[in-house]
Design a protein around this ligand. Structure first.
Ligand SMILES: [Zn+2]
Length: 274
């Protein structure tokens, strides 16, 4: 059984086949002028690898990376490697869309993303598809892009889709809840989990769950959605096969794949699966 934990903003801990992968770790109390409204995250030192989608500060945070550890493998879009190596990070791997790398037993394919804007360090933006006994797409920051349906071509257990920014509105180059639902329809994951909401807000603002709820409503009847508040986790995918028992394996082969199962306390907004 695989598991993911929504740490907050675009930070997700993905655990598949015994590997712990963290996306865009931003763990501090502040980013720019924003303050963290979600509970402080649990430590992530045990991570095996970090995937960075792009060089905006709310996705690439050197202090959070240092807290995870300077010897952890960090995968970054081409153009950011030098910055990290210069800051003492020892295992930095640059990638671009179309690349595929191995992280132990897992394959990670680098997906395109459509995102830019001010303050973007390094090159462009990418997404990642992590594939082992279960598969997860992490979109990073993106708008709808041509060919997004191809990202889900080989099947996805989970799509982690950004549904908001941090202010009162969403700028170009991002998905709002309704466009994120369109992305979900094109990607056809077994379950979509909204991220990039409910974590940081400007002073006086609040980080409400409205974007996540709007996303779930826009997906209703077409794509199953699980809303995780920061700190909550979701189990998904099939249990890894251990100890080859032919009878059990034969039975398992006839069974339908397991649907994602949520942990207690996770609010589920269950839509019809395809
Ligand atoms: Zn960004």
């Amino acid at each position: 059984m695989s598991r993911l934990t929504y740490v907050g903003h675009a930070t997700v801990l993905v655990e598949i086949d015994g590997r712990r992968i963290v996306t865009d770790p931003v763990l501090g109390g502040r980013v720019w002028h924003l303050t963290r409204k979600a509970p402080p995250p649990a430590p992530l030192e045990e991570a095996d690898a970090v995937l960075i989608s792009h060089g905006h500060r709310d996705h690439l945070d050197l202090r959070s990376l240092a807290a995870i550890g300077r010897t952890t493998t960090i995968v970054v879009p081409r153009g950011i490697g030098r910055l990290l190596r210069g800051r003492g990070f020892e295992r930095v791997q640059e990638v671009e869309a179309g690349d595929e790398i191995r992280l132990g037993p897992l394959a990670v394919r680098v997906a395109p993303a459509l995102h830019g804007g001010r303050g973007l360090r390094g090159g462009g933006a990418v997404g990642y598809v992590i594939r082992g006994s279960a598969s997860v797409y992490f979109a990073g920051d993106t708008d709808l892009f041509d060919g997004i349906e191809a990202v889900g071509r080989d099947g996805l257990d989970v799509a982690l889709l950004p549904v908001w920014g941090w202010g009162p509105r969403v700028d170009a180059g991002h998905l709002d809840p309704e466009r994120a639902a369109e992305a979900a329809r094109l990607l056809r994951p077994r379950v979509a989990v909204p991220v990039h909401w409910g974590t940081y807000a400007s002073p006086g603002g609040d980080a409400s769950d409205e974007p996540a709820r709007r996303f779930a409503e826009a997906c209703a009847g077409e794509v199953a959605v699980r809303i995780l508040s920061p700190g909550q986790c979701l189990r998904f995918g099939a249990a890894p096969r251990t100890g080859p028992d032919p009878a059990t394996l034969a039975q398992a082969a006839q069974r339908k794949p397991m649907l994602p199962v949520e942990e207690s306390g996770v609010r589920a907004l269950r839509a019809e699966t395809r």
